[in-house]
Ligand binder design. Structure first.
Ligand SMILES: Cc1cc2nc3c(=O)[nH]c(=O)nc-3n(C[C@H](O)[C@H](O)[C@H](O)COP(=O)(O)OP(=O)(O)OC[C@H]3O[C@@H](n4cnc5c(N)ncnc54)[C@H](O)[C@@H]3O)c2cc1C
Ligand code: SF4
Ligand code: SF4
Length: 371
């Protein structure tokens, strides 16, 4: 019997409608027939099938043998050991709850503008500027705020210049499937593209490469992950921040999460919201996500730890090491050893173990491993 071709029907049943789908949009950008759409409205961040053919779980191309969507999905079947083996030449040990890595350090952009606009140390923005200015990438897939920023709706977009990298800097805590900006980057002529994305998105390039999902994978040449335990549903703005704290979207200047939701407003005031009040607004796609530490990125970045203006930096691949080494050599980043803040590393491992415990018993076993 010929092997079963795994297509949209399998993805729809096993991931999209089972609670495993994160909304990363890997399947959407891999679809060569453009029959997968994406919704980001009403708290739903999901792919859907647009063809006028059968039901939502049918795809005429899949039935004829197209397997691109399942090859691009970092939640389909044994994605974790497959990507670990591909990226690192081995699967992880049970104690490697934050994934396999080469180095952990703290890093900060030396450029004062990038350090200022960055959420933590501005490392991500510095990497993008460095790689654009040194012809290592043509474009980056990032997240902007729509319009003039007053709606706080995070939207995917392309950065090709320092000005655009700066405009995209900082963190928004609602979802933005940055992968969706891929088509715009390619339409603009980009062949070497950096993806910046939360943990769920940062497994997309690796799974595509491992499962040979084609040209898209080849173009995603640098993968920068953001540590992440959840994103919030957009309803948090009206139903919590405005209803209880009187903070309208347009009032908010900056947000951060450091044990609590921190909010700075345009009038210069500072507000805090306990995280336990925010939990009810956890986005559905995050509820079963097992990946806190962006475990398949070239470089994973986070803000935990005692040094607010530094980025906790987990270097995982040779590509990540080369980029960091060049930036240090050329004076683009200051670094200090991760051992300067061992509590931050311990906290990363604890949060990673916590995320892994969310992976459902009914799904494949590997991502449940918690050390
Ligand atoms: C939703 C979310 C949750 C996070 N949770 C944690 C956490 O629990 N613990 C932790 O240590 N770190 C977390 N981080 C990472 C942290 O906030 C910083 O992004 C990271 O430390 C890099 O800081 P930086 O100053 O180097 O980045 P910057 O130079 O500020 O660059 C940040 C990059 O992230 C992109 N970005 C911003 N918001 C989004 C979004 N919503 N979706 C996709 N891309 C986005 C921007 O476009 C920009 O390119 C989270 C980030 C996000 C976006
Ligand atoms: S997890 Fe990502 S790739 Fe998989 S079905 Fe959902 S959106 Fe598509
Ligand atoms: S917790 Fe973060 S990484 Fe996981 S699905 Fe949600 S947004 Fe993605």
């Amino acid at each position: 019997m010929p092997p079963v071709k795994l297509h949209w029907r399998h993805l729809y049943d096993e991931v999209v409608t089972s609670g495993l789908c994160t909304g990363c949009a890997g399947c959407v950008i891999a679809c060569p027939h453009d029959v997968l759409g994406y919704t980001d409205r009403d708290g739903v961040y999901r792919p859907f099938q647009t063809e006028d053919h059968g039901g939502p779980g049918d795809c005429s191309h899949g039935e004829r043998g197209c397997t691109s969507c399942t090859r691009a999905c970092p939640r389909f079947r044994d994605w974790e050991p497959e990507i670990d083996e591909f990226l690192f030449g081995r699967t992880r040990r049970a104690d490697e709850v934050s994934g396999i890595y080469k180095d952990i350090l703290l890093a900060r952009a030396t450029d004062p503008v990038l350090a200022e606009v960055g959420q933590d140390g501005g490392l991500v923005s510095a990497i993008l500027c460095y790689c654009l200015e040194h012809d290592l990438i043509d474009a980056a897939l990032v997240s902007y705020l729509e319009g003039d920023g007053r709606t706080w709706k995070a939207v995917p977009g392309v950065a090709r210049t320092r000005e655009e990298v700066i405009a995209a800097a900082g963190s928004r805590y609602t979802y933005s499937a940055n992968t969706l900006a891929y088509a715009e980057a390619v339409a603009g002529g980009a062949e070497r593209i950096a993806l910046v994305g939360m943990s769920c998105q940062s497994s997309v390039p690796a799974v595509m490469k491992q499962r040979k999902a084609g040209k898209v994978a080849r173009r995603l040449s640098l993968n920068i992950g953001l540590l992440c335990s959840k994103t919030f549903d957009d309803a948090i703005f009206e139903e919590l921040l405005e209803a209880k704290y009187g903070l309208a979207r347009a009032d908010i200047k900056k947000m951060n999460i450091k044990g609590r939701l921190q909010i700075w407003t345009h009038d210069g005031a500072y507000h805090e919201v306990p995280l336990k009040e925010c939990h009810a607004f956890t986005r559905q796609g995050c509820l079963h996500c097992p990946d806190f530490a962006a475990e398949h990125a070239d470089i994973s970045t986070g803000g935990i730890g005692k040094y607010n203006d530094w980025t906790l930096t987990v270097v995982r691949t040779d590509t990540g090491r080369q980029v960091m080494a060049r930036m240090v050599r050329d004076g683009w980043v200051d670094t200090r050893p991760g051992d300067d803040d061992p509590d931050a590393i311990a906290l990363m491992h604890r949060l990673a173990a916590k995320s892994r415990s969310r992976w459902p018993e009914t799904a494949v076993a590997a991502p449940r491993l918690v050390g």
